[in-house]
Design a protein around this ligand. Structure first.
Ligand code: TXA
Ligand code: MG
Length: 349
């Protein structure tokens, strides 16, 4: 068991010594949890195979699931990518720093332990000042998957990180709550100027379309068939302890559906937790509830989703009844996560 040092960093200049200490831990092969605009990441030296392997141990993650390498800017890409296509260049110029992960051909110096043996590497440059200062201090690409135990919802506050990672990492940098709340979009570039979305996220298909002529979704995301191109998408993920049912539709339809499901659950003697908007929550029976914002507000739901799910682990409910959102814009990322959290149990009402 490690002694985990929790540090709060708000001012990069004032806290330069702490950032340097964090960078040194990475160079020495240790683990540092860091904030990003999406979710917290658990960092290790991405060029050090043993350090990368220790991430898998800390997370309890299957080792064929490759890690994203996190970099402070475009200049650092060549440390890990063998080449950069014109489309990748354009995407980096437009969306970095930001919630977009791009797949590149891999440099030989990137170990198999980081890429799960793939000949590609996923790179991302977060839009978070503390994070980028930490990455600069580290001086190497930092392998950084979400800082949750495997299968659990990703943490968006340092408190949630400590719940899963206390004793498993050397340092946790508290940079405040994450602005976006769901993980980055992952894209692969093809040879004809188009991109395939392997995981929907904060950079939406609509946003990509403003600079790239062809944007398609990985077939697995659309049909649920075949093998997902992002290996991690095949695993159980973002799962709260209790089973969950999601309803999507108008305020009235969702309310009616959740009320009926609630009554059935109560007849079976189950305790219920609601994860709903203010509008839907207004007329639901008294039960554990987590209200995330206004009906249809994808940004609010993205920001609150994981904290809401984790609150039901603390409250120990038997069933979570949740309100979803239209799969447009950021809603696509939110519904991709909610569907996984609910093991596919989504009802359009
Ligand atoms: O927002 C994010 O991306 C967060 C923050 C912490 O940066 N990170 C994150 O990492 O979500 P993780 O490890 O939880 O998810 C990485 C996903 C996995 O589904 C993995 O299979 C996929 O990226 N991936 C990594 N390298 C890949 C590659 N070379 N080709 C295809 N998919 C890859
Ligand atoms: Mg993850």
């Amino acid at each position: 068991m490690k002694q985990t040092k929790l540090v709060r960093i708000t001012d990069i200049k004032r806290d330069a010594a702490l950032l340097e200490e964090a960078g040194q831990i990475i160079r020495d092969g240790g683990l540092v949890v860091f904030p990003t605009e999406t979710v917290y990441g658990i960092g290790a030296n991405g060029l050090d195979a043993d350090a990368c392997r220790s991430i898998y141990t800390a997370k309890g993650r299957p080792s064929d699931n490759p890690l994203i390498l996190t970099v402070p800017g475009r200049d650092a890409v060549r440390q890990a990518a063998a080449s950069v296509s014109p489309t990748a260049e354009l995407l980096m110029k437009t969306f970095w720093p930001g919630p977009l992960t791009i797949i590149f051909p891999r440099q030989p110096q990137v170990p198999d332990a980081a890429t799960g043996g793939l000949d590609t590497v996923a790179l991302r440059c977060p839009d978070h000042a503390v994070c980028r200062a930490f990455l600069k201090a580290a001086g190497v690409p930092v392998a950084g998957p979400s800082a949750n135990l495997s299968t659990r919802p990703s943490p968006t506050t340092a408190e949630e990180v400590m719940h899963d990672m206390d004793g498993r990492v050397d340092m946790v940098i508290d940079g405040g709550p994450c602005k976006i709340g769901v993980e980055s979009t992952i894209v692969e570039c093809n040879d004809h100027g188009g991109v395939t979305i392997l995981r929907p996220g904060g950079v939406t298909a609509e946003m990509l379309h403003t600079v790239v002529p062809y944007v398609r979704m990985d077939t697995h995301l659309v049909t649920g068939q075949g093998t997902p191109k992002a290996p991690g998408m095949k695993y159980r993920h973002y799962a709260p302890a209790a089973p969950m049912i999601v309803a999507v539709g108008s305020v009235e339809a969702v309310m009616a559906e959740l009320k009926q499901l609630y009554e059935e659950a109560r007849r079976d003697g189950k305790t219920v937790g609601f994860l709903v908007s203010q509008e839907v929550g207004a007329c639901l029976p008294d039960a554990h509830r987590y209200v995330w914002g206004h009906h249809g507000d994808a940004e609010a739901l993205a920001r609150q989703l994981y904290t809401g799910l984790l609150s039901f682990d603390t409250d120990k409910v038997d069933l979570i009844l949740a309100e979803g959102i239209d799969s447009e814009g950021l809603g696509a990322a939110v519904m991709n996560r909610m569907k996984k959290s609910a093991g596919g149990n989504v009802r359009f009402v």
